[in-house]
Write a protein that binds this ligand. Structure first.
Ligand code: HSE
Length: 440
């Protein structure tokens, strides 16, 4: 049978990996797909570089529209990234009747509804395994492997850059800014790393997982997003003393009134497997009612790990493109006419537990006032840690750190309590609040 012909839009790190792995493993891939899969056309603005990667047998152009217009191309792989030109090219490819494989989480998290609707109307597939957690087949697991389950929650370390930064901060006791510079020097973080460190990249990925897990539309605009830029080494150290690690988690959870969708630093018990995921690695924990808790671990970025996911999608499309579109796996796991109307909850309605650090005057009655305010708000305390003043501020210091772990409370209730706590004259600095997840 004739090989499936693939056109690549963009041949950077992931495109190069895709080209090389497809070539290296072509026989193995053919045995799986039932026919060959070949990249026959590449569009990239850097023609010379692209030619050097793919050699003379592949057509190289600098205009992506030529790939889309080529009637011999069956699948368009979009590896440009971002919401701009990539969106228009993906929609053009769909309109031209091409199947699309993309690693573009930003595009799908923000414009997924429009893109999937266009693809369904045209009877083509949009596959996106590489968009979440790189080489980890988490989309496949959620969409197919766990399809018996009512998913309860997902919590993932889904941004390698921030996990590298947090690991270094913990292991070396360094502050955020110092480690960020090191991450940039090593090439983990971009020169403009804001999408990583502000939690946006993780929120794109959490948004996509949330849609697939609960059968809701992608709703990035409803996600709560908080990055790691304000984290201090002090809190990582205190967390450790209390038996916790701090990780940037993407969390989505089924709650009574809706779906939680949030990215923020979280304390998690150090004994959990996911707490021990270090460096640039990714891991996702999924809890389903039948299967219980499952963990998926691997490289969330990089040339060949991400290519592994792109090629898995190419194999899927090669196998399924002749199937009746209605019998294919739905883009978001649930049939488009059976989507849930459950709302994504505002952050004030989220229920979680908390780590609080208060810099307080070292005086009699301070602890009683603090615990009194929490008791008024019906927020139950789980643990308290108070350091000697001179341990925190040096000899003769008159203030100290009071660390409180709470049981679960509604975020809105905690916000109100924090305003009252901050107003106490004996609370001397802005209170640090970090959410805590037991993941049990
Ligand atoms: N910037 C991402 C990360 C890589 O650091 O994990 C791909 O999503």
């Amino acid at each position: 049978m004739k090989s499936i012909q693939v056109g690549l839009l963009g041949i950077g790190t992931v495109g190069t990996g895709t080209f090389n792995v497809l070539k290296r493993n072509q026989e193995e891939i053919k045995r799986r797909a039932g026919r060959g899969i070949e990249i026959t056309m590449v569009a990239d603005l850097d023609l010379a570089r692209a030619r050097a990667i793919v050699g003379p047998d592949v057509t190289v152009v600098d205009d992506a529209r030529q790939v889309i217009a080529n009637p011999d191309i069956d699948i368009v792989v979009e590896l440009i990234g971002g919401y701009g030109i990539a969106k228009s090219l993906v929609l053009q490819a769909i309109a031209a009747g091409k199947h699309v494989v993309t690693a573009n989480k930003a595009l799908l998290a923000v414009h997924g509804t429009e893109i999937f609707a266009a693809a369904s109307a045209k009877g083509v597939m949009v596959a996106f395994e590489a968009a979440v957690a790189g080489g980890i087949p988490i989309i496949k697991a959620l969409r197919e492997g766990l399809s018996a389950n009512r998913i309860q929650w997902i919590a993932g370390i889904i941004n390698g850059t921030t996990n590298f930064i947090l690991s270094e901060m913990r292991e070396k006791g360094l502050d955020f800014g110092v480690v960020l510079k090191e991450a940039q020097r090593l090439g983990y973080a971009e020169a403009d790393p804001s999408f990583d460190i502000e939690g946006v990249d993780a929120a794109h990925k959490a948004t996509i997982m949330s849609a697939i897990a609960f059968g809701i539309p992608v709703q990035f605009d409803k996600a709560y997003v908080e990055g790691i830029t304000r984290l201090e080494a002090t809190d990582i150290r205190y967390a450790e003393q209390l038996g916790y690690r701090i990780k940037l988690l993407g969390i989505t959870k089924r709650a009574e009134m809706g779906i939680e969708l949030r990215v923020h630093p979280s304390l998690i018990p150090a004994k959990r497997l996911i707490a021990n995921v270090e460096g640039a690695m990714n891991a996702v924990v999924v809890n389903g009612d039948a299967v219980g808790t499952t963990l998926y671990y691997g490289k969330g970025a990089g040339s060949e790990p991400t290519a592994s996911a792109v090629i898995a999608d190419l194999v899927d499309v090669a196998r399924l493109h002749t199937a009746d579109p209605l019998n294919r796996v739905p883009h978001l796991a649930f049939q488009p006419d059976a989507m849930s109307k459950l709302p994504v909850l505002p952050m004030s309605e989220v229920v979680t537990s908390y780590y609080l650090r208060l810099r307080v005057a070292d005086q009699a009655g301070v602890l009683a006032k603090v615990t009194g305010i929490l008791a008024d708000a019906n927020i139950s305390i789980d643990a308290v840690l108070q350091r000697e003043a001179d341990e925190v501020g040096g000899e003769g210091a008159t203030s100290t750190d009071l660390i409180i772990l709470t049981h679960e409370a509604r975020e809105g209730t905690m916000n109100d309590a924090l305003i009252r706590l901050q107003d106490l004259p004996t609370v001397l600095a802005p209170i640090v609040r970090i959410r805590k997840e037991e993941l049990s």
